[in-house]
Design a protein around this ligand. Structure first.
Ligand SMILES: C[S@@+](CC[C@H](N)C(=O)[O-])C[C@H]1O[C@@H](n2cnc3c(N)ncnc32)[C@H](O)[C@@H]1O
Length: 273
């Protein structure tokens, strides 16, 4: 059984109405007990998240603050933010930020993560119980495409991880928030109209392309954050030719470079209303 699950059993015991337990129990009702991520795993999580100088790192349920503090102190992140429901943890985290000399770039809030706006984060390293991960999932999916999520031990249901790693008894999962690309997208290129129909399940996409002289499935479809690539085989004057599409999704537009028959075109695909 995992360490966190064992700790959860301890957490339930703490909730029993004995005098000693009442003293030890946090003053607020937590959705998960405090179980710190071990230092080597903190490093592995931030490495897997690719944390660097442009990042804003939020830990929801930040405990003693070790993840946001290490993100700024050791990985040079621009900003770290933590929130914890337990005021004792928040006080500890603030003191640890001062000790590490990063109090100007790391902030801790006391409150409920489910009421908290974390949309500015570029990386979310989390250590929470599975039901908490699932409760946060809709908000995660609404984050900026390209936001990275790293979870210690617990995954996100049927939103499969892009990568995972095992470290001794811990499993780390990594996701990139995908752009929302469901629908029909059209563009004009070299005097011809093209459209692609895309069906998305999280970061997985399937689709087909239609042109005046073609109707074909898309190959090598890949969506990572806002980056969409695919290929399509189309009839050409000298036989089949390959179209290679490489685009950046910006809301209802895709700014793309399309290479076909040795010719490169810059196009803007628009989502049909
Ligand atoms: C497993 S610990 C993780 C601590 C830290 N993130 C780490 O990895 O070392 C979970 C933390 O979530 C906090 N917590 C539980 N329910 C919460 C809630 N609804 N809002 C904010 N924090 C909460 C607990 O106080 C605890 O510090």
């Amino acid at each position: 059984m995992k360490q966190f699950a064992l700790a959860l059993a301890g957490f339930v015991t703490l909730a029993l109405p004995s005098a000693a337990a009442a003293q030890a129990a946090p003053a607020v009702e937590l959705d998960a007990p405090y179980v710190p991520t071990a230092t080597p795993i903190v490093k592995s999580m931030l490495t897997l998240g690719g944390v660097g100088p442009n990042d804003i790192v939020y830990d929801l349920g930040s405990g003693d603050g070790r993840l946001p503090i290490a993100a700024v102190h050791e990985f040079g992140a621009k900003k770290g933010v933590g929130i914890d429901l337990d005021p004792v943890r928040v006080a500890e985290a603030r003191a640890n930020a001062v000790k590490a000399g990063v109090q100007d770039r790391v902030t801790f809030h006391q409150g409920d993560m489910f009421e908290f706006d974390f949309s500015e984060a570029t990386v979310l390293p989390l250590y929470l119980l599975p039901e908490m991960m699932m409760r946060l999932r809709p908000k995660m999916l609404d984050m900026k495409p390209g936001t990275r999520i790293v979870a210690h031990d617990y995954a996100l249901g049927d939103w499969e991880a892009d990568k995972f790693e095992t470290h001794d008894k811990s499993t780390l999962y990594f996701w990139v928030v995908p752009a929302k690309i469901n629908g029909k997208w059209t563009w004009r290129m070299s005097g011809k109209d093209y459209s692609v129909d895309l069906a998305q399940t999280f970061q997985k996409v399937a689709g087909s392309l239609t042109a005046v002289d073609a109707n074909t499935s898309l190959d090598l479809l890949k969506l990572s954050g806002d980056a969409l690539t695919f290929e399509a085989r189309l009839p050409g004057p000298g036989g089949t030719q390959t179209m290679a599409f490489e685009g950046k999704v910006i809301g209802d537009s895709i700014e793309a470079t399309v290479v076909m028959a040795g010719r490169t075109s810059k196009v803007t695909a628009k989502r049909a209303p």
